[in-house]
Design a protein around this ligand. Structure first.
Ligand code: COA
Length: 237
């Protein structure tokens, strides 16, 4: 078995021009992530994503986002190191930069697997407050039995006229967290389908973003119908 050698690398903040290479890094790990996560996160916090770059080749070896969403809250995301460079301390070095950038904010994050969940909890002393559910569904959608309509509800595109109401709705179903920067970035910036459910009084009852992932699988997310169904089904970025 060949030993891994530690490359000489520098950690710096990610730039928009790194986006394609970072997408390639995720694809190589077969990590299916929202295609425009890079751009979205840099719009939210231009200094909140870190990359490790090999000095000799300029190649990106790893990435970690610790994006400050508000004075109280950060979002940890996109944490990945090229497989041939894993286990050499690069991930931990990226993480340390990110944690420094977050300061004493709370962090929201998704653990990709049980091992990462334990690492986040036990190494970093994060306290889960309170548990949230994310529903992940895989496979081909069944399209022959869709609900054709819901009485009193219609779907419209997300646009400049309703984005303020979507932001208010999102705050209500996400414990008052202000995600306006992310939602404004989503509105019209990327190649997504953004739908808003409104009732007869023009009140927002849910929204949904359907977007590509890096492996060109279509993914839907957002708290669609949280107001109509069950508050625990709220999605998150
Ligand atoms: C998770 C990942 C980014 C870590 O990068 P890395 O460069 O291999 O990490 P390091 O070499 O610095 O760390 C090695 C050890 O510390 C652990 N570790 C990794 N990140 C850590 C962190 N932020 N804090 C504490 N420990 C960490 C590793 O699990 C590993 O433990 P082990 O030796 O018991 O297996 C990398 O393994 C990876 O890209 N995994 C695939 C993508 C993924 O699952 N990302 C996490 C999303 S939640």
């Amino acid at each position: 078995m060949s030993e891994k050698t530690m490359p000489s690398y520098t950690i710096r903040t990610m730039q928009l021009s790194d986006s394609e290479e970072v997408r390639e890094l995720w694809s190589a790990l077969e990590w299916d992530i929202y295609k425009y996560s890079n751009e979205m996160m840099l719009i939210n916090d231009p200094n909140g994503v870190f990359v490790a770059q090999e000095n000799a080749t300029g190649k990106l070896l790893g990435v970690c986002g610790c994006v400050n969403l508000s004075p109280e809250l950060s979002f940890v995301c996109m944490y990945a190191v090229r497989e041939d460079c894993q286990g050499l301390g690069i991930g931990t070095a990226l993480w340390a930069k990110g944690i420094e950038h977050m300061g004493d904010r709370n962090a929201s994050l998704f653990a990709a697997n049980v091992k990462m969940q334990e690492i986040y909890k036990n190494h970093h002393n994060f306290k889960a407050i309170p548990q949230r559910k994310r529903l992940l569904m895989k496979g081909k959608p069944v399209v022959n039995a869709l609900t054709a309509s819901i009485s009193g509800i219609c779907l419209v595109d997300m646009n400049d006229k309703n984005i303020a109401d979507v932001i208010e709705y999102d705050k209500q179903v996400c414990d008052g967290v202000d995600r306006s920067a992310a939602l404004r970035a989503l509105n019209g910036t990327f190649d997504n389908i953004n739908s808003v459910a409104i009732n007869d009084n023009n009140q927002v009852m849910g929204y949904c973003v359907v977007s590509e992932t890096v492996s060109v699988i279509v993914r839907g997310w957002g708290p669609m119908g949280a107001g109509m169904l069950d508050q625990s089904q709220t999605g998150t970025l």
